[in-house]
Design a protein around this ligand. Structure first.
Ligand SMILES: NC(=O)c1ccc[n+]([C@@H]2O[C@H](COP(=O)([O-])OP(=O)(O)OC[C@H]3O[C@@H](n4cnc5c(N)ncnc54)[C@H](OP(=O)(O)O)[C@@H]3O)[C@@H](O)[C@H]2O)c1
Length: 314
């Protein structure tokens, strides 16, 4: 395996942090383009990665940043937009992918790893629709592309286990929209392994890999299991769709927009796969149940330390 110069977009988030740690550990030289490389969340990148502030929606800036790279990895993705027209999703997914493809061509970079999502192009949500548009752009390019379509990803500091654990911590009763929606959660280390293997394997060029775990679970069961693992007695209350829709409308007005009508629509399509991409890549998927206790315990002790620190400050 040769050491490569890799440019990553959208690398300051959950997946990026894990992937970059691995790539740097493997000896690759990684440059992370961020809209604000000095933001607090961007500072948590592992040592070895170079952070660069760039307007990733500017084609010329992208081409400049890609010059000399061996591969580009596009991890940019959003679950929520400002407004409701879908334009925010189009800009972050399809339009940005078009700019990335054009910039790769201009800079002479052939290899592109593109993060997408299971069910891209299906269902009723702007999220999934624009994911599909982005894939179409990438597939139409003459680049050596590989597309990854994960179900929901779990791992240290994820937005799944950690998020629901925090909701459950303070809510004795949790009303849940789309409680019967199904997922096949995939472990972050397996997702990272898929990217790493693809990077060096020409057989993965022009291939799409669904990335999903071995356990299919409904949202309701997942949330109940988190409460169980934490040892909390909680009532998880499935909402009928009409009430779930109202919950989504209300949540859109809350800070950080924790849930939205577009999320509600996305959950209408089960996030379970059909063709096992991890298996195709020779990776044995990690079951959620094997890691859950350790991940929740780890996150909880982190939270306890934070609470202790806050108390000391008072
Ligand atoms: N986590 C999951 O369960 C999951 C499941 C399926 C697919 N995915 C996909 O995997 C990718 C990474 O997920 P993640 O959980 O790491 O996401 P994340 O933590 O939200 O990070 C995504 C990154 O995208 C960049 N970004 C956000 N909005 C942007 C915009 N409007 N324009 C340009 N860049 C923007 C941000 O980088 P800067 O702010 O530094 O620019 C951010 O660090 C995403 O494409 C996501 O949709 C994730």
């Amino acid at each position: 395996m040769s050491n490569k110069d890799i440019v990553i977009l959208g690398g300051t988030g959950f997946v990026g942090r894990h992937l970059i740690a691995r790539l740097c550990g493997d000896g690759h030289r990684v440059t992370v383009l961020s809209r604000n490389a000095d933001a607090h969340y961007a500072r948590y990148l592992p040592p070895g990665a170079q952070r660069v502030t760039a307007d990733v929606h500017d084609g010329a800036a992208l081409a400049h940043a890609f010059a000399g790279a061996d591969a580009v990895i596009n991890l940019v993705g959003i679950l929520n937009e400002q407004g409701h027209s879908g334009q925010g999703f189009r800009r972050a997914h399809s339009e940005l992918s078009y700019l990335v493809v054009s910039a790769c061509r201009e800079a002479g970079v052939k290899r592109l790893l593109q993060m997408s999502a299971l069910n891209a192009g299906r269902g009723q949500s702007h999220y999934l629709h624009t994911r599909g548009e982005a894939e179409t752009v990438v597939k139409a390019s003459h680049l050596d592309w590989t597309i990854f379509q994960p179900s929901v990803i779990f791992g240290a500091d994820d937005g799944l286990l950690t998020r629901f654990r925090e909701l459950l911590r303070f809510a004795p009763v949790l009303p849940l929209a789309r409680a019967e929606a199904k997922f096949a959660p995939v472990y972050i280390n397996d997702v990272v392994e898929a990217f790493v293997r693809a990077l060096d394997n020409p057989a993965t060029i022009r291939q799409v890999y669904e990335l999903y775990g071995p356990e299919v679970i409904t949202l309701k069961k997942l949330v109940r299991r988190i409460a169980q693992v934490m040892g909390w007695r909680r009532l998880v209350l499935p909402l009928p769709d009409a009430l779930g829709w109202v919950q989504a409308i209300i949540a859109e007005w809350l800070p950080g927009k924790p849930f939205s009508r577009d999320n509600f629509r996305s959950l209408g399509t089960d996030s379970v796969g059909g063709i096992d991409g991890l298996h195709r890549l020779g990776i044995t998927p990690t079951p959620l149940s094997v890691r859950m206790q350790a991940l929740l315990g780890r996150a909880d002790s982190r939270q306890k330390r934070l609470n202790r620190y806050r108390r000391q400050l008072q």
